[in-house]
Design a protein around this ligand. Structure first.
Ligand SMILES: Cc1cc2nc3c(=O)[nH]c(=O)nc-3n(C[C@H](O)[C@H](O)[C@H](O)COP(=O)(O)OP(=O)(O)OC[C@H]3O[C@@H](n4cnc5c(N)ncnc54)[C@H](O)[C@@H]3O)c2cc1C
Length: 288
């Protein structure tokens, strides 16, 4: 059931980072609950990942158990305007499922490479859309038990959700999204526009974890980094993308340390030059 010393570089889009002491991919909500109870009984830390597209795992890896909720949680259905999906459904697939049912709301998500669980935790968003406002209910596992939140029990803000705060430790297993009926042609048009913008502006040909930093109030991260002359800066195999300075990309072999040093260098420079403090959007996990 558990795999020992599993290299997390295999399950993160950046492709860096050390091993998980114990790694597991559960197949059902009851297996998620069982693993959570096991971790508590044995006093082992438990870390949840989805498709690893928004995380940087340090080189020493992650102690205790890493539970990946991904392609074995990939069922979705549509009833009326409600799209119900397991946490491992890819956002791109959900966006296309909504299109097939003439439902609008998920167009923004078509090019986001992660899963619905991670997107709910992060309140993922793009081009003026976000997961949060679409959420109708969330099924989760907490303290080894299955539970459900309705919309009014849940709060989201910019790249933040209750899961990062008071509900820390809750594991999302299924989400209901409420969408809006619309013309298929209009939905498709928006999806195509967003994909074209992504392809022209983002360094999709290199491994990355998306935007590295949250947008500070009143500023855009990419232009700030570019104006500070940091575009193209490289430490080891980590580089500030020359296509979009808000993305850090992996060029060849790299260590997590290269990314951590580059992040620190950018934060120091932007603080000194502009008095703006940049907070990472990517989640940095594990030990050095
Ligand atoms: C090229 C590229 C472009 C991107 N563009 C965007 C974008 O436009 N907008 C945007 O918001 N993001 C973007 N991202 C980041 C990322 O794809 C999203 O945040 C995505 O929703 C994360 O999903 P994931 O499954 O990869 O989660 P992971 O990266 O595996 O996890 C992210 C966080 O969520 C938690 N988590 C994951 N699954 C669960 C669960 N089931 N229950 C509880 N917690 C969980 C993890 O503990 C972790 O803290 C981009 C990434 C890349 C590589």
């Amino acid at each position: 059931m558990f795999i020992r010393d599993y290299p997390l570089s295999k399950v993160t889009s950046l492709g860096v980072g050390g091993p998980a002491d114990l790694f597991i991919q559960p197949k059902s909500a009851s297996e998620v609950a069982e693993t959570q109870r096991f971790a508590a009984e044995h006093d082992l830390p438990l870390t949840i990942i989805g498709y690893g597209t928004n995380i940087l795992v340090r080189d020493g890896g992650i102690r205790g158990i890493v539970m990946q909720i991904a392609d074995s949680f990939a069922q979705a259905k549509v009833e009326g305007t409600i799209l119900t999906a397991q946490a491992g459904c890819l956002l791109g697939s959900l966006s296309k499922l909504a299109l097939l049912h003439n439902l609008s709301g998920l167009e923004f998500a078509v090019g986001i490479p992660g899963g619905l669980g991670g997107a709910t935790f992060m309140n993922a968003g793009a081009y003026g859309g976000e997961i949060g406002p679409l959420v109708h209910s969330i099924q989760f596992v907490q303290n080894g038990e299955l539970g459900q939140w309705s919309r009014d029990e849940f709060s989201f803000s910019y790249r933040n959700s209750r899961l990062q705060n008071e509900a820390h430790g809750a594991i999302v297993t299924r989400v209901e999204l409420e969408l809006i009926p619309s013309e298929q042609q209009d939905i498709l048009q928006k999806m195509d526009d967003f994909q074209n913008q992504r392809r022209s502006k983002q360094p999709l040909e290199f491994p990355s974890a998306g935007s590295t930093f949250k947008r500070p109030p009143g500023h855009y991260v990419g232009p700030l980094i570019e104006q500070a002359g940091l575009k193209g800066l490289r430490i080891g195999g980590a580089e500030v993308s020359t296509k979009h300075a808000g993305f850090l990309i992996r060029t060849g072999a790299a260590k997590a340390r290269d990314f951590l040093d580059l992040i620190e260098k950018i934060q120091e420079t932007i603080l000194q030059e502009y008095g703006v403090s940049l907070e990472p959007e990517i989640r940095i996990l594990g030990d050095d």
